[in-house]
Unconditional design. Sequence first.
Length: 495
Amino acid sequence: MKTDSNSRKTFIMFLLAVLIGFFVVSFVEVLRSSFFPVGPNVQMASAVSTGNPIRPPLSFADLAERVKPAVVNISTTKTIRTGGRNFRTPFGEGTPFNRFFGRDDFFDRFFGDIPQREFKQKSLGSGFIISPDGYVFTNNHVVEQADKILVKLSSGREYEAKIIGKDAKTDIALIKIKPSGELPVVEVGDSDKVRVGDWVLAIGNPFGLEQTVTAGIVSAKGRVIGTGPYDNFIQTDASINPGNSGGPLFNMEGKVIGINTAIVAQGQGIGFAIPVNMANAILPDLKAKGKVTRGWLGISVQDISEEIASNLKQPDRNGALISDVFPDDPADKAGLKAGDIITEVNNKKIKDTHDLLLTIATFHIGDKINVKILREGKEKTFQITVTERKDGAELAAAQRSKANFGMITQDITPEIARYLGISQKTGVVVDEVQEGSPADDVGIQPHDIILQINKVRINNMKDYLRELAKNSEKKSVLMLIKRGRATFFVALRQS
């Protein structure tokens, strides 16, 4: 009997323990659910955490070994002139001493006889081979004004190179060497498919340290950093330093997706590369003509601010607002008007003026494109035939005069004023200064604005050419120059 009683007690205690355990677990679950609810996001995070983790490559060695033979080091030499008439004072060429001593330049008495001296300036850069017969992509600033260009291969062989074509607006240059045999070449990728966060590899010649390999990720795309109208950089944190310019940025397939170009001097891990698709787009022009011919519609555009969008009853700020249509240019002939908003070009959405500029620049002369606009809230589509963009040296070349002192000038159009960020409407803008010319000797620079010639106000190119013709027999011409917020006089001597 005692045995049965003990068994019954043991069974009852076991049941009590089970019940107590059940209530304790239930109570804990209620508390946990109250303070730490399990929602969809938590479940998703849990599911992700149990998947395969994303790890960086264990090594870049195989990739670097495969692509390095097509990467080259570039060294250049250019001649710099100093002394003689290059001496300048804080007053420019015309000084307060002239009125007392009656000299063209008072300081000539002390410094005018100093002979010009020349010295060689050397610089380093990088590049990559794109064809077995020796075509090489690099940056324009690496080879600009170089007297001699040497390309060194990964094998150690050196070849002298010549410039085939260059484009300052995108900072891209095409050079060529004559190798003894076929060369290793890079495989070109598609920069449009690059994603932020992708691993990339940079190879170049930083500080003269040949074939340096650095790795990082794509930090951002479409960066505008103020270097020119066609900024569209890939930002990366792969280490880029002086000497890397012109070198390739590779993806993990070993394909070039960018040309390393710029850095932020005061920052670390911030470098910029030109998308390789942009270089490929201008390659035919560089090869055939040595320069780039860009498309032109004949309009001046601006971004849409919040105030303008509200005034025009626009739902957003997308598109480019036409502020001016130039007479007899393609847009005018097609029927576009000031106040129209360009929203699409060939079915591609246009976000802003920069996006429009990049898009139009990709078309060839004679291409017919469909431009969709908004006019008073209604959509319209126009077909426009693209013509050649007449800015910079191309526009000014047609307006050269015999007595131009080695500089090319042009009218200040609304587009040029917008590009330079100025409100100036009168005067002529200097577009190019030839090295060693009278204009170069007195320090005139591109983007300077000529306001006066011999105290006569200059409103446009017509005034400029007229005054030059009137003073063609004089030994020197006095010009009033505006640079930024400063104005100063220079005395240009007839050559």
